[in-house]
Design a protein around this ligand. Sequence first.
Ligand code: OGA
Ligand code: MN
Length: 201
Amino acid sequence: MSIAATVYDQIADALADTGYCVLADFLPKIMVDSLYQRVTHLSSDEFSQAGIGRKNQFQLNDKIRNDRTYWLAEDNAVDQAYLDCMEALKDEINQRLYMGLFRYESHYAHYAEGSYYQRHVDAFKGQSNRILTTLLYLNPDWSGLDGGELVMYDPDSNEQIEKIQPHYGKFILFLSDRFPHEVLAAKRDRYSISGWFHLNS
Ligand code: OGA
Ligand code: MN
């Protein structure tokens, strides 16, 4: 299960240059398949309604988002294999960019038909140690008619910079405190893994 060094070079170059990176595929297909099997076999009561904000500011607000989430479990072999890949990614990025990435947390997300996540940023400067966001999409045969695009906004001009379809195996990284983004309403079940690298705090 080896990922070429040139792929990490490409990620580091993109992060240094624009602050984000979209890879049509990154992880071995066999791993994406096992993650897809896992997320689609979790029962709906294992997912929790997603919240917004942190700790004492945490609130459920289904006007802002109405996906459901499930935190990856270290005692599950499929989840742990993914976490191992993110650990390797962390080391490769730190070697190239000295970002000081330390801890990683991630959850599966299920957007049922009609679900969305309104425009937000994943971290506010000084208020969070979320540094780098990752997204992996687990949607076989996604079509342009299925909605559910990730819309990324330019942090300076606020203009839309990209509208990204959540295609199977697509992997995205972006600086957590820089890019406002939103998930448009999905017209069918939409599965993903969201994750965040933190600094050591
Ligand atoms: C998030 C998020 C985007 C996506 O989980 O914070 O913005 O495309 N997800 O799933
Ligand atoms: Mn987000």
